[in-house]
Design a protein around this ligand. Structure first.
Ligand code: SF4
Length: 449
């Protein structure tokens, strides 16, 4: 990032409580726009970003220039939000918005404010947080809900991953799943796969080439869509023995509270591979009680989930963008009923299994009145143990359209939503990662509020 310090300082803008505006040129160079403050969007509401609601951008986040779009910035002199199409330093040249894709554990409270130019393509599958410049650093509007360094890239040097891959080739020479995870770690840069090879925290156990939903923002399959998928789906279902080998290797090497999870970004829904997962869980539990066996799922098949729970699953994480049937269905486009998902959650809770909701959130939708009230009613009816606040990795303006967001209504705000959930449901844990079973009855470490 370059900061056109000289130009900015010469102008001595009445910055007041607002954060400085950032934008980019066609070459991707990011710089300050003198005379303007940064803005953030939540639904139809576009406002200047204040210093109070922003904090330095967390390590591991990425800045993105948004093609086919122009930034909405706050004109400090005219005290109004303006669409700025041209680069003030090169008249006639286009100006592009800059967004931040936050590192894990941060919930954006505003998305990047921009308008699409004619013919703009959908943005790829990332979240686009609002950001600006303050003092000597880039800042963004986000709330931290997770402090565990599970996916802190500084702790996953490539050389450690590579030597882990070599070790796994010796330990598991004929294991197709271990070979698949090599591509995930070395090509896609998947932090979960890297953690398996390094031997820390949580290992991934992808198993399912197929899915019974067609999520708008599916990372592994984008059919008849202009949006590229982020990674390819696993093309085979590993055998129960291959799955158990990978899990047992991880549980034997990670000394503190290891986790192994079915349901990764490079597969469909693991319940459709229950035929391999159920015997794999039995094989693992026949060898050890160590480690947490978790399943990330859309929970659309309660019958198959029951088989996995009976085999010895410790916890589940159910992905939901909304707890309202209409908006859930508009996003997941499932081949199952919303009622099946609720039945799965009820069944797991009644069996004393730890249930997390993987709550795919987006400011302007998740903090809308209807979504807030629905979430409170859901949590009262289904006392899940945890909400994993995960960004909705999807083009925000197109998401608002798909969710039919009323752009005239003022959303309540993501931070007030988190605070209200915290107040009404104090037992519900906030975080980002699947917790180890050792922490189910009490939670060491830092918490949100
Ligand atoms: S449930 Fe998962 S695998 Fe299935 S479509 Fe949705 S994101 Fe993709």
């Amino acid at each position: 990032m370059t900061r056109q310090r000289t130009r900015t300082e010469k102008h001595a803008e009445p910055q007041g409580r607002w954060v400085r505006a950032l934008a980019a040129n066609a070459a991707g160079k990011i710089f300050e726009i003198p005379g303007y403050a940064a803005c953030g969007r939540a639904g139809g509401q576009v406002v200047p970003l204040s210093r109070e609601e922003t904090a330095p951008v967390p390590h591991g986040s990425e800045f993105m220039r948004l093609p086919g779009r122009h930034p909405l910035l706050y004109n400090l002199h005219k005290a109004r939000v303006e669409l700025v199409r041209e680069d003030p330093f090169h008249p006639g040249q286009p100006l592009f918005p800059v967004a931040v894709f936050h590192s894990p554990g941060h919930v954006p409270t505003r998305v990047c404010a921009y308008e699409e130019a004619q013919g703009a393509s959908p943005l790829p599958l990332f979240s686009y947080g609002a950001c600006g410049w303050q003092g000597k650093s880039a800042v963004s509007a986000a709330v931290q809900v997770e402090w565990e360094p599970r996916q802190d890239l500084r702790q996953m040097p490539r050389e450690k991953v590579v030597s882990g891959v070599k070790r796994a080739r010796k330990e598991l020479p004929d294991n197709r799943l271990a070979r698949h995870l090599e591509k995930c770690a070395l090509t896609y840069g998947c932090p979960a796969a890297k953690n398996f090879f390094i031997g820390r925290y949580e290992a991934p156990l992808p198993t399912a080439p197929a899915c019974n939903a067609r999520c708008l923002g599916c990372l592994s399959l984008q059919k008849d869509s202009e949006i590229p998928n982020s990674q390819d789906r696993i093309a085979f279902t590993p055998s129960p023995e291959e799955i158990a080998e990978v899990a047992l290797s991880h549980f034997s090497r990670v000394k503190t509270r290891p986790v192994a999870s079915f349901g990764q970004g490079c597969e469909g829904d693991p319940l459709l591979a229950a035929g391999a997962i159920v015997p794999a869980i039995r094989l693992i539990r026949a060898k050890t009680r160590e480690g947490t066996i978790n399943l990330n799922t859309n929970a659309g098949r309660p019958g198959l989930l029951l088989q996995c729970l009976e085999a010895g699953l410790d916890s589940i994480r159910v992905s939901m963008n909304s707890v309202r049937e209409e908006t859930y269905t508009a996003y997941f486009r499932p081949a199952f009923a919303f009622a099946d998902v609720l039945e799965s959650i009820q069944m797991a809770l009644s069996r004393g299994v730890w249930v997390s909701v993987n709550y795919l959130n987006c400011p302007g939708f998740t903090d809308s009145e209807d979504e807030r009230e629905a979430l409170f009613a859901f949590l009262a009816r289904y006392p899940v143990q945890m909400i994993q606040w995960r960004c909705m990795n999807f083009d925000p303006l197109r998401y608002y359209a798909a969710m039919d967001v009323d752009m005239d209504k003022k959303p309540a705000g993501m931070e007030p939503l988190l605070q209200e959930v915290r107040k009404r449901f104090p037992k519900v844990r906030f975080g980002y990662f699947n917790p180890p079973k050792e922490s189910f009855n009490g939670f060491p470490g830092r918490r949100y509020r």
